[in-house]
Design a protein around this ligand. Structure first.
Ligand code: IPE
Ligand code: IPE
Ligand code: MG
Length: 238
């Protein structure tokens, strides 16, 4: 709680609707992505201030590689800019950046900026920020399975020792806590391959505004809705 506002420990957000935001104003889709950066900054600052300990933002999915090359190039350029320009915001708010996803298809200069910002913020303690870039939930489970199989093959892990905690430990960023609350903007009622393992008991909240219009008031509304949920985890709650 922060005052009378319930605050989840771990939050994940599917930042959707940038293209629709721009198109509805007669602009090219990329302007929506550019505007979305403000919403990212405000959300990161507000989550850190309120005491969220893990925030994971879906910025670019494995499936988003199928978009037109021009949009991908512009998105990557924006991402690079974000990773440099937001360093001050991350430092001022005690935010530690982590990458969630595959590195293989990312260009060398995005990777360089990403690694620099991760190194710069590594000692920050207030909130962990997972940036899901080139991320797919199924891809993550495939990658974890491969690494577990290698450990078994090399005799470092007995098959009967594989349990949920072993699988969790082989996911991309086990230091991010499983989301208590998953928010999606722009009204779509689907998960789109985000954090499939981790959201097993997340509460879902769908906001109708497109991501560039997402303000801290919308975050607060999501937190209040979360506070009203009865979480049962399969048990009988009196
Ligand atoms: C979300 O906005 C951002 C990314 C997926 C990179 P979209 O680009 O998906 O916007 P819509 O859903 O087409 O409006
Ligand atoms: C999910 O949004 C991915 C991100 C927000 C980065 P999409 O716009 O790619 O998802 P779909 O295509 O509507 O399912
Ligand atoms: Mg979309």
């Amino acid at each position: 709680m922060m005052g009378d506002l319930p605050v989840p420990r771990s939050v994940a957000i599917i930042m959707d609707g940038n293209g629709r935001w721009a198109r509805s104003r007669g602009l090219e889709r990329i302007f929506g992505h550019e505007r979305g950066i403000q919403a990212v900054r405000e959300t990161v600052e507000e989550c850190a201030r309120l005491g969220v300990t893990s925030l994971t933002l879906y910025a670019f999915s494995e499936e988003n590689w199928s978009r037109p090359q021009r949009e991908i190039d512009l998105l990557m350029r924006l991402l690079e800019r974000f990773l440099v320009e937001e360093r001050k915001t991350l430092m001022d708010n005690g935010v530690k950046l982590l990458h969630v996803g595959r590195r293989e298809r990312l260009g060398p200069s995005v990777l360089a900026r990403l690694d620099e910002t991760i190194a710069l913020t590594a000692a920050n303690q207030r909130m962990r920020l997972g940036l899901a870039i080139s991320y797919g939930g199924r891809a993550e489970i495939v990658d974890a399975t491969r690494r577990i199989a290698e450990a078994v093959r090399d005799g470092r892990l007995a098959p009967e020792r594989i349990d949920e905690s072993v699988i969790r430990a082989h996911l991309y960023r086990p230091e991010l806590e499983d989301p208590d609350l998953l928010i999606r903007t722009a009204g779509e009622l689907r998960v789109s391959n985000f954090l499939l393992w981790q959201i097993s008991y997340a509460e879902l909240h769908v906001e109708s505004v497109c991501w560039p219009d997402f303000r801290k008031e919308h975050l607060h509304a999501a937190f209040r809705a979360f506070g009203g949920r009865v979480r049962k985890f399969g048990a009988v709650v009196p």
